[in-house]
Write a protein that binds this ligand. Structure first.
Ligand code: NAD
Length: 236
């Protein structure tokens, strides 16, 4: 199950997992785009709003049970914190954190019963170092990283692993929407690019490769970790 797989990083993850032999179910708000990706990779797609527990349950009931969950759906609303509203905080938290709760909660019982599972959450380096213009998003992603550690602790006994990926700036529609905010947005992207050691944006495929590793049997003794895919942006 790949959430937010209609475009960007999620679509690349769906493609990579399918290439590795998985049967992938893509859930997204953008049904038509999700269906196009699913057709391309021989998977399935369905309507999914990760902020709705009912929508998540219906998706899992129709497409599940799952061996692998990739919590990828995410969103951000750029702006300095003093210029944001409580409604924005709610929206950003609901998708980036609430969505991870809802999907993880929905798939875990079947994984526990099967005695096998891989949960990979696409967090962000913003959740480790904090990203200017993305205060609530950074808070949500930091919470996702902590949440995955607890899921890892609680579910190791079922051979279920739970890990996070912390991408740096990756060239996708989400990042590029910052350019809609004029000069400030462009400067933000430039600053992010410069804050990587490699001085470039990453690609969705680079995040997909790390996800495929954490979702594979090769990562059977890796749990509770956060893997940076950020050209060195987040190294301590
Ligand atoms: N692009 C980056 O630089 C970057 C960096 C770090 C982390 N990330 C994270 O990677 C993930 C994917 O980001 P992306 O850049 O590919 O974004 P994107 O905006 O290109 O794609 C996100 C997808 O999630 C879907 N989505 C949004 N809200 C949803 C909801 N409520 N229910 C179901 N689907 C929903 C969208 O429709 C879209 O298809 C996100 O969690 C994002 O926070 C991205």
């Amino acid at each position: 199950m790949v959430t937010g797989g209609a475009q960007g990083i999620g679509a690349a993850i769906a493609e990579r997992l399918a290439a590795e032999g998985a049967t992938v179910a893509i859930g997204d708000l953008k049904q038509d785009q999700a269906a196009e990706v699913a057709d391309r990779i021989g998977g399935s797609a369905g309507e999914l709003d990760v902020t709705s527990v009912d929508s998540v349950s219906a998706f899992v009931a129709e497409h599940g049970p799952f061996e692998i969950l990739v919590n990828n759906a995410g969103t951000d609303e750029f702006g300095f914190f003093t210029q944001t509203t409580p409604e924005q905080w709610e929206r950003v938290m609901a998708v980036n954190l609430g969505g991870v709760f809802a999907c993880t909660h929905a798939v875990l019982p079947a994984m526990q019963e099967a005695g096998y599972g891989r949960i990979v959450s696409i967090a962000s380096e913003a959740g480790r170092v904090g990203s200017k213009g993305s205060a609530v998003y950074s808070a949500a992603k930091g919470a996702v990283i902590a949440f995955m550690k607890v899921i890892a602790r609680e579910n190791a006994r079922y051979s279920i692993t739970a890990n996070s990926i912390a991408p740096g700036p990756i060239e996708t529609p989400l990042l590029m929407q910052a350019t809609e905010f004029g000069e400030m947005g462009k400067k933000l992207i430039q600053t992010m690019r410069d804050s990587t050691q490699m001085k470039r944006l990453g690609t969705p495929e680079e995040v997909a490769a790390a996800t495929a590793f954490l979702a594979s049997d090769d990562a059977s003794f890796v749990t509770g970790e956060t893997l940076g895919v950020s050209g060195g942006l987040g190294m301590i």
